[in-house]
Design a protein around this ligand. Structure first.
Ligand code: ZN
Length: 272
């Protein structure tokens, strides 16, 4: 499943292809993704329009034009590839956008949990309005989270993964950041000190940035054409390592399951 680093890498890979370019043409082959694609709005807002920038909030990409922004979300299995023609070549190609005579972006998503939406300028979008700050944005400060978590009895791991509080952080990065910051995943979010939040955010940013740095810089590096497992294999300290020795203290890594999700951590190192 694409995580935040893959989406950030996709953003960077798209910049030279779409920034300051005009969308010339688009085709949709089916519109029933996670949400119905608002085809008319997207056509009206994007065709013949210049894409001024490509930005990201959590796992959402925004192609910003003068009248609004097209939203892309990769869901569980989504990909974007660059091809010289509008003709779909791969199975599960649901939409194609042409940005120059020989630059066409193909949106492919076998499981169709991805989304393509439109946010009119000024009005925002219901998918984005409830999102907490992106962990790599300047808004994601220790002070902000200390304040937001006041009296919060939810475990800090659940807090990190709640997109209303922090956008785009999945299970893997939550586990890895808590290990790096030596904070127990079960600790109540409201109990973290300002220094804890500082350490945790730094650990989270480092983990995400290392992963982004390990990714490719072009669409070719990013997603292999066969479509599977194009996602990054980062060096994981705890995630998926149940019963293997902790890299800091050699104690076996623990795995606990809460509401269907596994949490991996070191009982010995993550006591704070
Ligand atoms: Zn340990």
């Amino acid at each position: 499943m694409p995580e935040l680093p893959e989406v950030e890498t996709l953003r960077r890979a798209l910049l030279p292809l779409v920034e300051n370019r005009t969308c010339l043409e688009m085709r949709f082959f089916r519109t029933d993704l996670r949400f119905p694609i608002p085809v008319d709005e997207i056509r009206q807002g994007l065709i013949g329009q210049n894409v001024a920038s490509v930005t990201r909030v959590g796992k959402y990409l925004l192609l910003n034009a003068s009248g609004g922004a097209m939203l892309l979300h990769l869901g569980m299995s989504g990909r974007v590839t660059e091809r010289p023609s509008m003709e779909p070549v791969e199975k599960h190609t649901h939409a194609v956008f042409r940005f120059s005579p020989a630059t066409c972006l193909h949106f492919i998503d076998p499981r169709r949990f991805g989304a393509i939406g439109w946010a009119p300028r000024g009005a925002g979008h219901k998918l984005l309005s409830h999102l907490g700050p992106d962990p790599l944005s300047p808004e994601a400060t220790a002070r902000h989270f200390k304040e937001r978590a006041r009296n919060c009895r939810a475990p800090v791991k659940a807090f990190l993964m709640d997109s209303k509080r922090l956008s785009g952080v999945g299970n893997i990065y939550a586990c890895e950041a808590l290990f790096a910051a030596a904070i127990a995943p079960t600790r109540h979010a409201g109990k973290l000190s300002l220094a804890d939040w500082e350490r945790l955010l730094e650990a989270l940013r480092d983990t995400l940035n290392n992963s982004i740095a390990a990714g490719g810089t072009t669409l070719k590096d990013f997603f292999n054409p066969s479509g599977d497992a194009g996602y990054y294999a980062i060096d994981l300290a705890v995630y998926g390592r149940a019963n293997q020795p902790c890299r800091r203290c050699q104690a076996p890594i623990s795995r606990v399951v809460h509401s269907g999700r596994s949490t991996f951590y070191c009982r010995h190192c993550q006591k704070r």
